[in-house]
Design a protein around this ligand. Structure first.
Ligand code: NCD
Length: 308
């Protein structure tokens, strides 16, 4: 069974066929874009609004590029100058924007559940695409990470993957877990200090470990995460030097993984805290490939949600 997307809130709702179809479509977008940035006209006349209530470099820019490369008109909501600062509620903002006949709203918000709330309250047929809500979900990041892995290892069922760092506060980790488990990855290990790990009941099918040296042993891909201080009580915050000692990805640690292990990170990276610059910039780093794939995955998602 496969589901047609109109909204994209989390990967939990998508089966392997649907995820596979989106990844295939992203590959086709990549091929179509390879020779320059030729504009396709799939979304000509459509309007996409970027509504980001939290900072973003990669996600916002790549959604904008994706929509423009498909011929859509893109509006970037300027939060700092909006009436949100005059006390307008999210619901009134949503209905005001809808009255301008948008086709899609790409939303990022610090509160878990905001995109789903917008789906429930939208009055027009606008598509809501989640670009990250609280620690809940970042579905296009989950897709682009799966795509990056698949480009190197086509068969997920043979793979061992480790996700390391601040998993508790990470929407990227949650979406990666959904993507990788749905695609049937052989082993998924989650690693970090106890205070930054999820409840084991929250992550069925994953191994949860505190020892990074054990977690990285033999893996084919390692996904590193930033300490998300903005979502953390000050008491949870580890000392950065000792954190790097225990959980930093150094060349020595990477040598424990399988040969050619993919080094991944959703960005922004904090050099010397969760990753050694020699690894971030090293031959096994796929971090910039992830960024490039972000555009193609977002093209695929927008085309699927808005394509006629
Ligand atoms: C992440 C996010 O905002 O969830 N970044 C991203 O979108 N690539 C991860 C983070 O902020 O650490």
């Amino acid at each position: 069974m496969s589901t047609h997307l109109h909204h994209l809130i989390s990967l939990a709702e998508l089966d392997a066929t649907t995820i596979g179809r989106l990844l295939d479509r992203a590959e086709r977008m990549r091929e179509a874009s390879l020779h320059g940035t030729r504009r396709l006209d799939l979304l000509a006349g459509r309007t996409v609004l970027n509504l980001f209530f939290e900072p973003s470099t990669r996600t916002r820019t790549s959604f904008e590029l994706a929509a423009r490369r498909l011929g859509a008109i893109v509006v970037n909501f300027d939060l700092a100058r909006s009436s949100t600062n005059k006390g307008e509620t999210l619901l009134d903002t949503l209905h005001t924007l809808e009255a301008m006949h948008l086709d899609a709203i790409v939303v990022r918000h610090r509160e878990t559940g905001t995109p789903a709330f917008m789906v429930r309250h939208a009055m027009s047929g606008v598509s809501i695409i989640n670009a990250g809500d609280g620690n809940h979900a970042h579905p296009t990041q989950g897709l682009l990470d799966a795509l990056t892995i698949r480009q190197h290892h086509p068969d997920f069922t043979k793979l061992r993957v480790a996700i390391c760092g601040d998993i508790r506060h990470s929407r990227v980790a949650r979406s990666d877990i959904h993507a990788l488990c749905t695609m049937g990855v052989r082993e998924l290990r989650l690693c970090g200090p106890a205070s930054l790990l999820p409840e084991t009941s929250e992550v069925p099918g994953c191994q949860v470990l505190e020892d990074f040296d054990a977690a990285i042993e033999g893996v084919d891909a390692v996904i590193m995460l930033r300490l998300q201080k903005e979502r953390m009580a000050a008491t949870l915050l580890p000392d950065e030097a000792s954190y790097f000692q225990q959980y930093g990805l150094t060349p020595e640690r990477l040598a424990r993984a399988a040969p050619g292990c993919l080094v991944m990170h959703p960005g922004p990276i904090n050099r010397g805290i969760e990753i050694d610059p020699a690894v971030a910039d090293g031959a096994q780093s796929r971090i910039l490939e992830q960024v490039g794939n972000g555009v193609f995955v977002r093209m695929a998602v927008l085309a699927e949600a808005l394509g006629r």
